[in-house]
Design a protein around this ligand. Structure first.
Ligand code: PLP
Length: 451
């Protein structure tokens, strides 16, 4: 390798990064990750960094699994590419679709493949609108989503998302996407009982349906637990009420399982953990543990039958890519045969919960919250009043993230919430180390905030 500073200068000169400014790249230089094994990343400066985020919520089986590389190499030699358009297919796509159908709940038996979660959510927009048009109800085109949601970065999926900074760039949202409030009780509950708050937030869906007209609404989309929005775990009353409303008004329910899927919440899908019965699930990330880019829409029998009764004019060159499919299938084999979900439920989950809630005595920490292996904590200058910082929202979170980096720990911040989602295979000793580094980062952040 070239020396780090030279690589950083080349990176700043030629590489446009997502969600990053040129100034930061030029002034600070991006951290250069060179290799990884298990839960540890290694950078070009020789640091060993504990990855509390599993990359971007995706490396569920951990890094460096030889079997995954072998499967990819074998598939590349045998059939590196063929498409799934125009009545062609191949064994990896068939095998993966069958496996996903086996794992998915209810009658979610068909998979439309994509290259990413964003692409899959774009598929969903077109699929639900096409479904209703084919059922003779073309006015049902509105999709309701939630503020502060993240469903991807393409024009369609970015519109489903409810993040204002994303909407401000590039003319989003596209027409007929509406957003209701999220069930963030800690920050927005205003003293209400959590169950009453959960019901009230769910009933915003009903209000939106009545406001726009039942005959105009195609679908509601949400993550079982909102991930990139800050790991917002809804009150127990929320999802049953959403389900009731979707059933009552015949609204298709899309569960975005891009983060929650494949073991993150202790079941194969977050919908199972939260008791949701979706018509469509969006999948990506943990499907291949990030070893290959792949996503998809898992579709219930009825919707798949209607869509398939005509030609769905939609598809991606890499829909069901053979190498990505083979690698994803190997990932599912590892998750299943190595009983990773049992590890989450019985070993890593309980240890992580103990570590995470143990941080709640820290003066900077307002609440800690966690389901399975996805958690968050709220930073606050004053625990009792849940006060916000006087500085711009996100400044304290950014500071904390930087202190984590300085202590060789990856934790991400969403404004002033810190979020975690480590590889599912993390062991109790590594979780203790995670806790030590997190506490030290919080201490340093606390001291810095007092300066
Ligand atoms: N949906 C959710 C819930 C996500 O968290 C993400 C990415 O973080 C996406 C969709 C988009 O997936 P991708 O980045 O693979 O396009």
């Amino acid at each position: 390798h070239l020396p780090t500073a030279e690589l950083q200068a080349l990176d700043a000169a030629h590489h446009m990064h997502p969600f990053t400014t040129n100034k930061d790249l030029a002034d600070k230089g991006a951290r250069i990750i060179t290799r990884a094994k298990g839960v540890y990343l290694h950078d070009s400066e020789g640091n060993e960094i504990l990855d509390g985020m599993a990359g971007l919520w995706c490396v569920n089986i951990g890094y460096g699994r030889e079997e995954m590389a072998e499967v990819a190499a074998r598939q590349m030699r045998e059939l590196p590419f063929y498409n799934t358009f125009f009545m062609t297919t191949h064994v990896p796509a068939i095998a993966l679709a069958q496996k996903i159908a086996e794992l998915a709940p209810g009658d979610l038996n068909q998979v439309f493949f994509a290259g990413s979660g964003s692409e899959a959510n774009d598929t969903n927009i077109r699929m639900v609108r096409t479904y209703w048009a084919m059922k003779g109800k073309p006015t049902k085109s509105i999709i309701i989503s939630r503020k502060n949601a993240y469903h991807g970065s393409s024009v369609g999926s970015g519109s489903l998302g409810g993040m204002t900074p994303m909407h401000e760039q590039g003319g989003l949202p596209i027409p007929d996407i509406h957003h209701i409030n999220q069930p963030n009780w800690w920050a927005e509950g205003g003293g209400m009982d959590p169950d009453a708050f959960g019901l009230a937030r769910a009933q915003e869906l009903e209000q939106a349906i009545l406001e726009h007209g039942e005959d105009r609404i195609a679908a509601f989309i949400a993550e079982p637990i909102q991930g990139a929005g800050g790991v917002i775990i809804p009150p127990a009353t929320y999802w049953p009420e959403i389900q009731r409303i979707c059933d009552k008004y015949e609204i298709l329910l899309i569960a975005d399982e891009v983060i929650c899927g494949f073991g993150r919440t202790g079941n194969w899908f977050g919908s199972q953990t939260l008791g949701i019965k979706p018509h469509i699930m969006t999948i990506a990330k943990g499907l291949s543990s990030g070893y290959q880019p792949i996503g998809g829409s898992v579709v219930c029998d009825e919707v798949a039958e209607v869509i398939g009764s005509g030609e769905f004019n939609h598809g991606y060159t890499y829909s069901g890519h053979p190498v990505a499919s083979a690698v994803a299938l190997e990932n599912l084999r590892i998750l299943q045969e190595e009983h990773v979900l049992d590890h989450v439920r019985d070993v890593a989950g309980p240890a992580l919960h103990e570590m995470w809630h143990g941080l709640s005595d820290h003066p900077l920490v307002g609440e800690t919250t966690i389901v399975g292996m996805m958690g968050s904590l709220a930073l606050t200058p004053h625990k009792e009043s849940r006060a916000k910082f006087a500085m711009e929202a996100g400044t304290a979170g950014f500071m904390c993230r930087e202190r984590c980096f300085a202590n060789n720990l990856v934790m991400r911040h969403v404004y002033d919430r810190m979020v975690i989602s480590p590889p599912l295979i993390i062991n109790p000793d590594e979780i203790k180390e995670f806790g030590r580094r997190a506490r030290k980062a919080l201490d340093e952040c606390h001291a810095q905030l007092k300066e």
